[in-house]
Design a protein around this ligand. Sequence first.
Ligand code: SF4
Length: 198
Amino acid sequence: MVLPVMEHFYTLQGEGFHQGKAAYFIRLGGCDVGCTWCDVKESWDAGKHPLLKIEDLILNIEKTPAEIVVITGGEPLMHDLDVLTKQLQSAGLKTHIETSGAYPLSGQWDWICLSPKKFKAPLPEILPHANELKVVIFNKSDFDWAKKYAALVSSCCKLYLQPEWDKASQMTPLIIDYIKAHPKWELSLQIHKYINIP
Ligand code: SF4
């Protein structure tokens, strides 16, 4: 089986609950969610990215000591991820996904990071499965969006607010105030961008 892969690399997870942990990232091509502030627009057209065999991806991962594999995009759930995740787990790897939830959930996951987007709302079916809810704050109305989805995920789901990178200087102070007023939320920063790693 093959999947369109924009890039794959071993780095540190920069965001959310697993921030700071070593992880192998696989960025799949394809996304039609259309976030205006998207920082990986080159991922949107799946046809522009090479089709790689799952076996070859795993051979590359096994050249590293990675224990966690993060499947991201693009919107990775545009693809059926059952075979990929089964093979990753069979190889002893933890499977994590970063998704908007806008497409049906496939795959076997050790960690699901749901990052719902206003541009194409998530399907309800993923909400009880999210281990982590990560809402990107681009403007003030995004706090209401965050509150709406916090009420829909499970009670054990971790809650993160993350400033959109280009608006960070304006939004981070608002996020800090919001978290102080609503302490069930935590701050997620894109630390990989601060330390200049992929
Ligand atoms: S869901 Fe992700 S990849 Fe797709 S447009 Fe939004 S930020 Fe970009």
